[in-house]
Ligand binder design. Structure first.
Ligand code: SF4
Ligand code: FES
Length: 339
């Protein structure tokens, strides 16, 4: 997937209409994500429009562009919650992983401003082989910043993360240590810090219900106005994604081919079709299935019952000891294949 260029983005009025249509459709929350949403000068107006439509507003941000005036403007516009990503607890490593000198210090300042404005904060720690050993420090950081929630978010391997998979996949030993750390921290900080944590696909036996199931809970809208059943859906071939400036949101949700293609269980091949978990995990992730098998309708290889499951074990074995340099995302360029 390529990032949209600024000239391709929807304007404020179009977004405001989308928020009203979403609320009318029964949507409860809007997650303002990116790219980087704070790069939009009209972000407070967008927050106000979403808030006035009755939506709970969550800003998902890297935080490096926030300052006191912006945070105050967002709070005044009705922002309900901020989710701030961090790349590590160690500043030098965080700046190297994020590819931005001084970025970690700016994130810490953003967290301070968010809390000073009285907004609830979730810390989103993107974890992988190069920072997972510092999970205890990330938990301490979340507590020190006054976050009420910490998401220990294992990298999902499609798009640019798939291109960097060999540099990012954690070992089984790292994962087991992290799982034990989370268990102890949940008990130690109960009532003060909620920790979200799930076993990553490459070490799992069964997949997760990606997005809660295709076309069941989530409707994503790109900056350029495409409606998607998940944020990576544009990586799938042969699907036309409707433009929210041309088609009402309710029609997109209920009747578009893209939202109905993998909805429910009727589309499934074996072994999912006759599996008793088919209405629990919905066959896993379509984008991961396509990225690893070339078939978006295949059983997610994260499932042990998939004929392709050995691909994940192989990737973990090959990643151990691989180089740790990254291929960074570039504007207008699609992700290359895995190294
Ligand atoms: Fe889920 Fe399909 Fe695996 Fe069954 S076979 S657990 S439905 S992915
Ligand atoms: Fe697209 Fe999972 S990310 S279905």
């Amino acid at each position: 997937m390529a990032l949209a260029r600024p000239g391709e983005e929807m304007d404020t009025a179009a977004w405001a209409r989308v928020f009203r249509e979403a609320a009318a459709l029964g949507v409860l929350q809007v997650h303002l994500s990116g790219g980087e949403p704070t790069a939009r000068r009209d972000l407070p107006e967008l927050v106000r429009a979403a808030s006035e439509a009755g939506l709970y507003t969550n800003l998902i941000t890297a935080g490096v562009l926030l300052d006191a005036a912006k945070v105050e403007a967002l709070a005044a516009a009705g922002l309900d919650h901020v989710q701030l990503s961090v790349q590590d607890a160690a500043p030098a490593s965080a700046d190297r992983i994020g590819g931005l000198a001084g970025g970690h210090a700016r994130k810490l300042e953003a967290a301070r401003l968010v809390r000073a404005a009285g907004l609830p904060l979730t810390l989103n720690a993107v974890v992988h082989r190069q920072n997972l050993d510092r999970l205890p420090d990330l938990i301490a950081l979340a507590l020190a910043l006054g976050a009420g929630r910490l998401e220990v978010a294992h990298v999902q391997y499609y798009g640019w993360a798939l291109a960097n998979r060999a540099a990012l996949l954690p070992t089984r030993a790292q994962l087991d240590a992290a799982t034990a750390t989370v268990g102890a921290a949940r008990a130690a900080h109960r009532g003060r810090l909620v920790i979200d944590y799930v076993i990553p696909d490459y070490h799992a036996r069964r997949p997760k219900a990606c997005m809660g199931g295709w076309g069941r809970r989530v409707l994503a809208v790109t900056p350029a106005g495409k409606a998607l059943p998940c944020h990576a859906a544009e990586s799938l071939p042969g699907l036309a994604f409707p433009d929210v400036r041309e088609v009402p949101l309710a029609e997109i949700w209920h009747r578009s081919e893209a939202f109905n293609r993998f909805r429910g269980t009727a589309w499934m091949p074996e072994p999912c079709r006759s599996c008793d978990r088919r209405a629990v995990d919905f066959g896993g992730c379509r984008c991961q299935a396509f990225a690893l098998t070339g078939d978006a309708a295949a059983t997610d290889p994260a499932c042990e019952l998939s004929p392709h499951h050995a691909l994940l074990d192989l990737a973990v074995r090959e990643a151990a000891g691989a180089e740790e340099g990254f291929t960074y995302r570039e504007m207008g360029r699609a992700a290359p294949p895995p190294r």
